[in-house]
Design a protein around this ligand. Structure first.
Ligand code: ZN
Length: 204
């Protein structure tokens, strides 16, 4: 089995069971987007070792257990800085017992990512925009299935209607690649696939 896949230059995907995490190369160090489930920890450690650079920071798109499951293990082994949107801090600290070091705000630039606050799935859900590569890390705002984007099943979201509004807002964001937590990354056609999803809302 492949440990990690280089999705585009400098962006690596690790898939575990049903969830993705992404390692982004920032030159002299690495940054991780989400941490997957408990078993993802050893995969991340192995991948970091293979890439041969320190893991400086972990950014969490939100606090659900399939995104924060290996945070505790990673903190103990690699000791990265932990960052999340400020309204998500409480849930993350409660679920993991790990302190959040950096409380992110909408519009802020952190480790090369523009932070886009998109509450709906949870109150502190964020998307992260890597402006250089035009790649958008969406957390659970949308999921990919068979080449198409879908909403996360409504029962998993705090406010599915609000989540839907946030998806529509992505039409105003400049990006090409879409990196979901669930499903395959969409390279080049990310914006187009969001547009298709938004059009399907108008029909339903
Ligand atoms: Zn979630």
């Amino acid at each position: 089995m492949i440990l990690m896949e280089e999705v585009i230059p400098g962006i690596y995907r690790i898939f575990d069971t049903f969830v993705n995490v992404y390692i982004v190369d920032r030159g002299d160090h690495l940054v991780l987007v989400d941490t997957g489930i408990e078993s993802t920890c050893e995969k991340i450690i192995e991948a970091v070792k293979k890439l041969g650079k320190p893991l400086k920071a972990v950014i969490l798109t939100h606090g659900h257990m399939d995104h924060t499951g290996s945070l505790r293990c990673l903190k103990e082994v690699l000791n990265p800085i932990v960052a999340s949107q400020e309204e998500e801090v409480e849930m993350i600290e409660r679920n993991t017992g790990v302190k959040v070091d950096v409380k992110l705000k909408d519009g802020e630039l952190f480790e090369g990512f523009r932070v886009l606050h998109k509450p709906g799935h949870t109150k502190g859900s964020i998307c992260l925009l890597d402006e250089d590569s035009k790649s958008l890390f969406v957390g659970d705002l949308v999921v990919e299935e068979n080449g198409k984007l879908k909403e996360v099943p409504h029962q998993y979201s705090m406010d599915p209607e609000m989540n839907r509004k946030r998806i529509i807002e992505l039409l105003e964001v400049e990006f090409e690649n879409l990196m979901p937590a669930h499903g395959n990354p969409i390279i080049g056609k990310g914006k187009e696939k969001i547009r298709e999803l938004v059009e399907s809302f108008n029909l339903s």
